[in-house]
Design a protein around this ligand. Structure first.
Ligand code: DNO
Length: 388
């Protein structure tokens, strides 16, 4: 597998020179300054590509070429936005960049309730607490009918939490769910939305009446138009699974496990319509056996995110070490290496450790934590390659 690393562009404090020192071969990045929905020009693509190459690395994967909200809910301007998407694919291919990751999650890209969960050894990891999330849904967002999505026992705990939660904690929950986790990957919440809860409500309203079937129909509509272009230009599109892989906030989610993945692969049955195998996202679903999924979908996987989660009681989960948890990364590396020696993979969501707390980074994208994970995964790769 090709060792890649998610780099956030020229302003990233983790520089390309640093990455060369730790064995990174390929870069995963996006044109972070282009407005969502606009097409990517050859000029803008080449500027970043040449910059990466001048540091002795290659631009292996685009993560993400974002799919505008309007394409997801089926707005009136979706055809224009899809045309722009096609132009970006063509221009990326002409520049030699052939793997493009995207997601089809409505409104919110990925969800955690705590970015600073302390482990006994002093390192810090990301955490999803179902009761805190339900609190956000029912008491902060005040979504109509939200209580119906939680069991009476869970609602009881939410009510208990309401008695003790401080204003500061509430604000931190809002910042974490809406601003900190989204700001760097999700155009909806870029530039630290001023009134995040109001904005969130408006975005949710766009999906009124859109159920799983309708969202699937909208994905199919998108794929039917972009996959022929991807085929023509030799680009592999790879959808990212929903994180976490279940419905939230009354929104449908359509890339959660085996049935969903089979569905979208068959919806437009082309090798260019593929999957980003995010072991971390998939492993957060109790319904998923991650190794089985890898065996089943390896041939349509174009990009791999290696991380694992630990499922706790009551629907909570936290990011595990890259050598433990619900995703067996040793097996995954074995399966994907057999399938394709050059498949790009990146380690995902490192812990905060050592000097990480003192440097600026996006949540989940620390330097030492990810470097440590990359060292672990590099060891796995070496052992697997020797054994094959
Ligand atoms: C979070 C990431 C996601 C992912 C996008 C892909 O850390 O895994 O933001 O990059 O969903 O489109």
């Amino acid at each position: 597998m090709e060792k890649t690393w998610r780099w956030f562009g020229k302003n990233d404090v983790i520089t390309l020179d640093m990455l060369r020192q730790i064995g990174v071969e390929g870069i995963v990045t996006s044109l972070h300054d282009i407005k969502n929905g606009d097409s990517w020009s050859s000029e803008n693509i080449l500027e970043i590509k040449n910059y990466i190459e001048s540091h002795g690395l290659r631009w292996s994967v685009v993560e993400s070429l974002p799919v505008s909200e309007s394409i997801k809910y089926g707005g009136t301007d979706r055809d224009i936005l899809i045309e722009n998407y096609k132009t970006s694919l063509e221009n990326l291919s002409k520049a030699g960049i052939k793997t493009v990751c995207y997601n089809f999650m409505p409104v919110i890209d990925w969800i955690r309730t705590d970015l600073n969960y302390k482990l006994p050894d002093g390192t810090i990891t990301l955490f999803f607490d179902k009761i805190r999330f339900a609190y956000f849904d029912c008491f902060i967002l005040k979504r109509l009918g939200a209580e119906k999505d939680y069991s009476p026992e869970e609602m009881q705990q939410v009510l208990e939490l309401d008695k003790t939660i401080t204003a500061e904690e509430k604000n931190e929950l809002i910042q974490t769910i809406i601003v900190k986790t989204q700001g760097f990957v999700n155009e909806n919440f870029k530039n630290n939305a001023n009134e995040p809860v109001e904005l969130f409500r408006k975005l949710l309203a766009l999906y009124d009446g859109i159920d799983k079937n309708q969202l699937r129909a909208n994905l199919k509509y998108f794929l039917e138009q972009v996959i022929p272009v991807a085929e023509k230009w030799g680009v592999n599109l790879c959808i990212h699974p929903d994180d976490p892989p279940f419905s939230v906030l009354g929104l449908p989610r359509i890339v959660t496990g085996e049935e969903d993945i089979s569905w979208f692969l068959n919806a437009v049955d082309s090798p260019n319509n593929g999957l980003t195998f995010c072991a971390g996202s998939l492993s957060a679903g109790t319904h998923n056996n991650v190794t089985d999924l890898a065996l089943k979908f390896a041939s349509r996987t174009h990009f791999v995110h290696l991380r694992s989660t630990e499922l706790l009681d009551n629907g909570n989960f936290r990011e595990a070490s890259h050598l433990s948890g619900n995703a067996d990364l040793v097996e995954l590396v074995r399966i994907f290496t057999k399938e394709n020696q050059n498949l790009p993979m990146r380690v995902d969501h490192g812990k905060l450790m050592l000097d990480d707390a003192n440097t600026k980074h996006n949540p989940g994208y620390s330097f030492y934590g990810r470097m440590y994970a990359l060292a672990q995964v590099s060891g796995i790769m070496a052992a697997v390659n020797k054994g094959l």
